[in-house]
Design a binder for this molecule. Structure first.
Ligand code: HSE
Length: 434
């Protein structure tokens, strides 16, 4: 069988992991692919001490790789959406298949890149773009293809989950944990992508498109990060029997589709509430199968390389046997993708956790509950923490029943206008995930 020759562009965390896994497990990998996989060329601006490329054909110009006539599969691991986009476009134009871990590129430019790839008869494989080592793209696209997917919810940013876990378990400082996540190779080059939810939004857009069969729509997603979560919210959530997780949630109903990424209180008894550290998990509800949960490392060199190499093996199998690699890039035939009504966050109905600081005097709580009742929002639980010192303020923590976001925001604005309330009211959405 003719060997399949690949070119790797980028030798950062994932690139070096991919190089090392391909070398270390070459016998198993070739046996699975049914052919030998050869790293024909590596394009990297600089060496990475995490891998020994001394016997590889290394070029400092990554575009040499996509212009190399021997290379059948270009593995794009440089990240970003500028040079990476040019690289992938040139690879496609040169008739090469592409494997990428680049969620930003797929979420923001996937529609046009897939169309270009389909026109050229090549495939863009991107299992590593979502949830690191978890084969969630394959699970959605292939394993669950019998189902109508009703909703999915996932912890899909390892850095964010690592930060929230360390804050809760060890009381560590946000900035200190983020620094460690960067050192461990979990965080994005620009870590605001992790902490402000952009990375999770990229991933959710991809998952939702595959789940529901719609074009990628990154501009339609509501995104809120974890940077405003305070240690006291983590503590109060625990007292109430919840964990705070940064979730990406996609739902499809008769009214339309909602895509949202935000911190969420989930009951501690849910399996997904125990997903800690850099681990990711995606809960998918299909009409036939019911709820299914996928769990594994969401970031890091070799977990992500595991997904990259799986895509290379898939392509190599097809190329070795002369077959045509799978071109249903989003799991549905390209001409079967549908546009759905995309609902704004203001229309979403969910329960809420609220925390506010109030003067410690009679009647304050009743004014707050009156406002909530006027907006049709009922209260499920209240905790009031008395001030430690005379004259200091009390903290009031509430859980509401389900309410529409726009009603809740209107209630918050009325509460903030009370002269007994200091500052703004913290609100975090609550989901039961059942
Ligand atoms: N920065 C990402 C994360 C890397 O922490 O999940 C994996 O996509």
């Amino acid at each position: 069988m003719k060997p399949v020759k690949i070119g790797i562009c980028g030798l950062g965390t994932v690139g070096s992991g991919t190089f090392n896994v391909l070398g270390r497990n070459s016998a198993e990998i070739s046996a699975r692919a049914g052919t030998e996989i050869i790293i024909e060329q590596v394009g990297a601006r600089r060496d990475n001490p995490a891998c020994d490329t001394s016997s590889a054909n290394v070029t400092r110009d990554i575009f040499d790789v996509v212009r190399n006539p021997e290379v059948a599969v270009v593995v794009e691991l440089i990240g970003g959406t500028t040079v990476a986009k040019q690289l992938v476009e040139e690879a496609i134009a040169n008739g090469k298949h592409v494997v990428t871990a680049n969620k930003a590129l797929i979420a923001e430019f996937g529609n046009e890149l897939f169309a270009k790839a389909e026109a050229q008869g090549v495939t863009i494989a991107y299992e590593a773009a979502v949830a690191g080592g978890i084969p969630i793209i394959k699970a959605l696209r292939e394993g669950l293809s019998a189902n109508k997917i009703e909703w999915l919810a996932g912890i899909i940013n390892g850095t964010g989950n690592f930060i929230l876990t360390e804050m809760r378990d060890k009381g560590r400082d946000f900035a200190d944990v983020l620094k460690e996540a960067q050192e461990l190779g979990y965080a994005e080059a620009d870590p605001t992508f992790d902490v402000e939810g952009i990375d999770a939004a990229h991933k959710l857009v991809i998952l939702a498109s595959i789940a529901f069969g719609m074009p990628l729509q990154f501009d339609k997603i509501f995104t809120e990060g974890i940077s405003k979560i305070e240690p006291q919210d983590v503590t109060y959530a625990n007292e109430l029997g919840y964990r705070i997780k940064h979730l990406g949630i996609a739902t499809k109903t008769e009214d339309g589709v909602v895509l949202r990424v935000h911190p969420t209180l989930i009951p501690e008894k849910r399996l997904i509430a125990s997903v800690d550290g850099v681990m990711n998990a995606v809960l998918v509800k299909g009409d036939a199968v019911g709820p299914t949960l996928y769990y594994g490392p969401g970031a890091g060199a070799e977990p992500t390389a595991s997904a990259v190499v799986a895509d290379i093996v898939d392509l190599a199998r097809e190329l070795a046997t002369g077959g045509k690699p799978n071109q249903a890039h989003l799991g549905f035939a390209a001409d079967a993708l549908q546009e759905f009504n995309m609902l704004p966050m203001s229309e979403v109905t969910t329960a809420y956790y609220l925390r506010m600081t109030a003067e410690d005097r009679p009647g304050v709580l009743s004014k707050i509950t009156q406002i909530m009742s006027d907006k049709g929002i009922s209260i499920e639980a209240v905790i009031q923490r008395e001030p430690q010192n005379e004259g200091a303020q009390a903290s009031i923590i509430m859980l509401t029943n389900r309410a529409q976001e726009k009603q809740l925001l209107a209630a918050i604005s009325d509460i903030e206008a009370l002269d007994t309330i200091e500052g703004s009211v913290t609100h975090i959405r609550v989901e039961s995930l059942d």
